[in-house]
Design a binder for this molecule. Structure first.
Ligand SMILES: *[C@@H]1O[C@H](CO)[C@@H](O)[C@H](O)[C@H]1NC(C)=O
Ligand SMILES: *[C@@H]1O[C@H](CO)[C@@H](O)[C@H](O)[C@H]1NC(C)=O
Ligand SMILES: *[C@@H]1O[C@H](CO)[C@@H](O)[C@H](O)[C@H]1NC(C)=O
Ligand SMILES: *[C@@H]1O[C@H](CO)[C@@H](O)[C@H](O)[C@H]1NC(C)=O
Ligand SMILES: CC(=O)N[C@H]1CO[C@H](CO)[C@@H](O)[C@@H]1O
Length: 422
């Protein structure tokens, strides 16, 4: 029998901290007959750094808040509630969830051990897992490609369906390596194709390419360079990424150097393949240096990011074109997003569920309320991918539990390998 050392360490820490007996209503748990795992980066550490000690689970709230992810989390909760309210999709059974913050890259192992373990928090070594019942029947997320691939390696072993909503890497399309990995977002190739079409349309054939110094930047850059025999590249630079544990004076200087190069280049079109986080500091530098009149092309990770678009004077840098997932209205989500978790089921769910690490975000709701207008302007894009991912699992359960009968679904035990989202 293998005991989960990491889980044990984290739970012990929580007990030592003295949790109050009545857990307040939580965004992170909902009890239900069939539990979905959800992985979101409510906080984000874009530099993959090792946790302080291998037996310790990283504490996500020490990193920067990643606002849009809370909106995605809420889209998942909203979909589950909508399905529970529906009398046709899963009548007489309920969906629940366990949601964990993965802080982008840093906390990618522990949540999966938590999801894969049984109701006694153990993951036993067995020769045959056909009749093994982990905590969850399927997992929604995580968001980043690297974390999603790590997750796929673990979840595929146990045939737990994984539906990612924003990981664009082509690696997940390898159905031999990852037979149960699915996604509700187009792959990286498609975003690169759109960017190239845009350049072609306007005849922009002399460009600067910037990419962030992380997996997202590297992967997209590689894809762009692989596809583009055209346009001509004036120069290519890597935007440094500030880590939580790093000195950043060197980074400031590097950013200034890049801006200097841009200013002195004859190219007037800048393609920026980056996550939103490194760009907050970068665009502040661009504005500080009075750069104006350029054309910027945004990858989907930052094209419609509300915190970035709140940078004062961002409009002065020129025109920004972006590639983004299509907007799809989800009636009711906007008000749900800023609502306090208050329904009795949510409260009860919180009490039944064993508390784990990284299932808290005190800042999420107040900050989302603060940026509510901006978030609404952005529209439901990745939110819709999350929402549909939940529906994909619900429809698979609908089939499995033969819910079309007049008496509703069969409430039977479900093993993850039986859930077929195709
Ligand atoms: C579910 O039903 C409750 C009670 O009727 C309602 O307050 C809530 O808004 C509904 N939720 C969704 C997501 O439709
Ligand atoms: C855990 O699940 C098993 C079935 O897989 C069940 O028999 C047992 O009662 C459950 N234990 C607890 C503590 O819920
Ligand atoms: C695993 O168990 C199932 C059900 O008991 C059985 O049908 C299957 O053949 C077993 N697989 C192996 C490899 O033993
Ligand atoms: C940018 O413009 C401001 C105000 O016009 C000026 O004070 C500042 O020196 C300029 N900065 C640079 C780097 O040119
Ligand atoms: C089956 C089930 O638990 N359905 C619940 C879903 O949520 C609605 C409203 O929140 C409840 O009324 C249902 O009982």
């Amino acid at each position: 029998m293998m005991l989960l050392g990491a889980v044990a360490a984290c739970l012990a820490a929580l007990v030592a901290a003295g949790g109050s007996p009545t857990t307040p209503p939580s965004d992170f748990h909902l009890a239900g007959d069939y539990v979905l795992g959800g992985l979101f980066s409510l906080h984000s550490e874009v530099v993959s750094s090792l946790p302080p000690s291998p037996s310790q689970v990283p504490i996500c709230r020490e990193y920067k808040l990643k606002l849009v992810s809370y909106s995605y989390l809420q889209a998942m909760r909203f979909a589950v509630e909508e399905i529970n309210n529906s009398s046709t999709l899963l009548p007489r059974v309920s969906l629940g969830y366990e949601i964990v913050d993965v802080c982008y890259l840093t906390n990618t192992i522990h949540p999966h051990l938590y999801f894969l373990s049984d109701n006694r928090s153990q993951l036993e070594v067995q020769t045959n897992y056909t009749h093994y019942q982990p905590r969850v029947v399927a997992v929604i997320g995580p968001d980043s490609s690297s974390a999603a691939v790590t997750a796929a390696h673990l979840l595929s072993l146990f045939l737990v369906p994984q539906i990612t909503f924003s990981a664009t890497t082509q690696a997940l399309s390898d159905s031999r390596a990852f037979p149960v990995a699915f996604r509700t977002i187009p792959s990286t190739e498609q975003q690169i194709t759109v960017i190239l079409k845009l350049l072609q349309r306007f005849g922009w054939n002399w460009v600067i390419i910037l990419s962030s110094d992380d997996d997202y930047g590297r992967q997209n850059l590689q894809k762009l360079r692989a596809q583009a025999t055209w346009p001509c590249i004036a120069f290519q630079e890597i935007i440094p990424v500030e880590g939580a544990n790093q000195e950043d004076s060197g980074i400031q200087q590097q950013m200034e150097d890049i801006v200097h190069k841009i200013v002195h280049s004859t190219a007037k079109v800048v393609i920026v393949l980056s996550l939103e986080l490194p760009l907050l500091a970068f665009f502040s530098k661009v504005i500080q240096q009075n750069v104006t009149g350029l054309v910027w092309i945004a990858s989907e990770a930052w094209a419609v990011d509300p915190s970035l678009h709140s940078i004062v004077n961002l409009a002065s840098i020129g025109t920004i074109f972006g590639v983004a997932a299509q907007e799809v209205p989800i009636p009711g989500l906007a008000s749900f997003r800023v609502r306090l978790p208050s329904s009795p089921t949510e409260g009860a769910g919180a009490q039944d569920a064993p508390e784990t690490c990284n299932q808290d975000c005190e800042q999420c709701l107040p900050t989302t309320r603060l940026y509510d207008k901006k978030i609404q302007e952005v529209g439901n894009r990745i939110d819709f991918n999350v929402y549909s991912a939940v529906y994909v699992v619900a429809h698979a359960l609908h089939q499995l539990l033969v819910c079309d009968r007049p008496e509703g679904c069969q409430k039977k035990r479900v093993y993850p390998w039986q859930v077929n989202p195709v």
